[in-house]
Ligand binder design. Structure first.
Ligand code: DMJ
Length: 541
């Protein structure tokens, strides 16, 4: 009974207190009440932020060598390298002045630019994508400015629907590389926060993620244009490197398990002619249209199989086997020689080979060279040769244009060789793939022609894509008076300029025995995982 009485008194007292507070509130003006509500809200947000930025458990850092060297002794090469650095400065300074905080820059309109892959928020894609390039070029003031912006402004609690693939390769890849190069915790923390926001995309009946996810609600969906509601091979198959690093850095196997689940599912599926179709339905787990490509929609899936093996210090032999099998099928069904003797990689569409190669496909020259060592039946020489042939074909696609810049796609049909036929395939949007292949070929052969070809591309970009407000893509590489598309793509700073800079550097800058580049050219260190406790693949146990 005493207890009852005590409770009753407490309820009465609370009630009276609440009434008093309500009376006080009513005496206040509307503005005062609103200000109080705002202060309360801010407190909650600050608390949440604190919770989110908890330091992560320390893990042993991998062997980080070659992050600030590479100065060539030859004065001519040094000059070329400096020219590339100057171009980076021009791209960055203009973005800094006219597009700061926006995803990309419109260098002619001199304002911010964005596309649907980044959602509807200003996430500073160019800043995140450019960080590691700034770092290796020794542009440290610019790097610090970028870091400061990220620290203060990069916020993922936004109601915005983004591409899981693009955010992974550009943001998570960019942040992780910036972390490994500089050791600044903020990049690691942001990468982990962002990764947490991508995880709901994997909540599908099969575990194959949606193409897009809303960062706030976690609701996912696929691109409207994809065959039969499918997810895209090059998108859900290009998460492995970053997700393994996330598990490594956090000690949380959730990321690793997600990508290993995708791999296991793919391994179980039938593959027509041994080829992986580009489309897979995440509800049914069945392939969509049987299109296969080493360019758009397929490309980086193959790249990540090889790089998963390299990144695991060659322990992940399962990935290497999947790569070898896939490449054998690709060679058999998609790679041909044109009448004029150019080796090209076509696309498999509706039961026949389309004799057309995309600019995106040109990255494969570098991939073949990178995968040569360790190839099945000791075919290293063969794959290095194949890499050289693809590099040659892609160089021809540049050389046969007026601007000496490559078109988006080129044909090998009816007397046409390495030339774009359709008007809407004649554009160049500052893409890196051909230069990426020159760089890998240079590293593996030291044949000076690759530096020569890289220099031709540097000059052409500087002459035809440079404007006073930055760099722009061009709409027709066969026209002597091209029109601009007015977009400075973030991958121009992340990839194109980085690969050019590396091409004119010594090999001790980011040596390939220690670093593996993600598909957006963000270098991630090789992991020696024998002592960690990641579950799943025995290679990681
Ligand atoms: C980049 O975002 C990446 O290289 C991706 O793998 C393919 N497309 C662009 C550059 O062309």
């Amino acid at each position: 009974r005493e207890e009852e009485e005590r409770l009753r008194n407490k309820i009465r007292a609370d009630h009276e207190k609440a009434l008093e507070e309500a009376k006080e509130k009513l005496k206040k003006s509307r503005d005062e009440i609103q200000a109080e509500i705002q202060t309360e809200k801010n407190k909650v947000v600050q608390e949440l932020k604190k919770k989110d930025s908890k330091p992560l458990p320390p893990v042993p850092l991998p062997n980080l060598i070659g992050i600030n060297s590479g100065e060539p002794a030859d004065p001519d090469i040094r000059e070329k390298r400096n020219k590339v650095k100057e171009m980076m400065k021009h791209a960055w300074d203009n973005y800094r002045q006219y597009g700061w905080g926006h995803n990309e820059l419109k260098p002619i309109a001199r304002k911010g630019h964005s596309t649907n892959i980044f959602g509807n928020s200003q996430m500073g894609a160019t800043i995140v994508d450019a960080l590691d390039t700034l770092y290796i070029m020794g542009l440290h003031d610019e790097f610090r400015e970028g870091q400061e912006w990220i620290d203060k402004n990069l916020d993922f609690s936004v109601n915005s629907e983004v591409s899981v693939f693009e955010v992974n390769i550009r943001f998570i890849g960019g942040l992780l590389a910036a972390y490994y190069l500089s050791g600044q915790e903020v990049f690691k923390i942001k990468a982990v926060q962002l990764a947490g926001k991508l995880l709901p995309a994997f909540n599908t009946p099969t575990g194959i993620p949606w193409a897009m996810v809303n960062l706030k609600s976690g609701v996912g969906r696929n691109w409207g244009w994809a065959s039969a509601g499918s997810s895209i091979l090059a998108e859900f198959g290009t998460l492995h490197m970053e997700f393994v690093h996330l598990s490594y850095l956090t000690g949380d196997p959730v990321y690793y398990n997600k990508v290993m689940h995708i791999r296991k599912l793919l391994q179980k599926m039938d593959r027509p002619n041994g080829l992986y179709p580009n489309y897979l339905n995440p509800r049914t787990g069945r392939w969509g249209q049987h299109h296969t490509s080493v360019g758009g929609l397929g490309d980086s899936f193959y790249e990540y199989l090889l790089k998963a093996w390299l990144m695991s210090d060659k322990m992940d032999t399962e990935a290497r086997k999947m790569y070898d099998d896939a490449i054998e099928a690709i060679e058999k069904h998609l790679i041909r020689k044109s009448n004029g003797g150019l080796t090209f990689i076509g696309e498999w569409k509706n039961g026949h080979l389309e004799r057309k190669m995309g600019h995106l496909t040109c990255f494969a020259g570098g991939m073949f060279a990178l995968g040569a060592d360790g190839s099945r039946d000791d075919k290293a020489g063969h794959y290095l040769q194949l890499g050289a042939e693809i590099a040659h074909t892609c160089h021809e696609s540049y050389d046969r244009t007026t601007l000496k810049l490559g078109p988006e796609a080129f044909k090998f049909d009816g007397g046409v060789e390495a030339v774009a036929v359709r008007q809407n395939e004649k554009y160049y949007i500052l893409r890196p793939e051909v230069i990426e292949t020159y760089w890998y070929m240079w590293r593996f052969t030291h044949d000076p022609k690759y530096r020569q070809w890289g220099w031709e591309a540097t000059q052409a970009i500087d002459k035809y894509c440079r404007v006073s407000g930055g760099f722009s893509g061009v709409k027709d590489v066969y026209s002597s008076s091209p029109t601009y598309d007015d977009v400075q793509q973030s991958f121009f700073l992340a990839e194109t300029l980085k690969y050019l800079y590396l091409l004119f550097s010594n090999d001790d800058l980011l040596p390939l025995d220690n670093w593996v580049f993600n598909t957006e050219a963000h270098p991630l260190p090789v992991l020696h995982l024998a002592n960690t406790t990641l579950s799943g693949n025995p290679a990681y146990r």
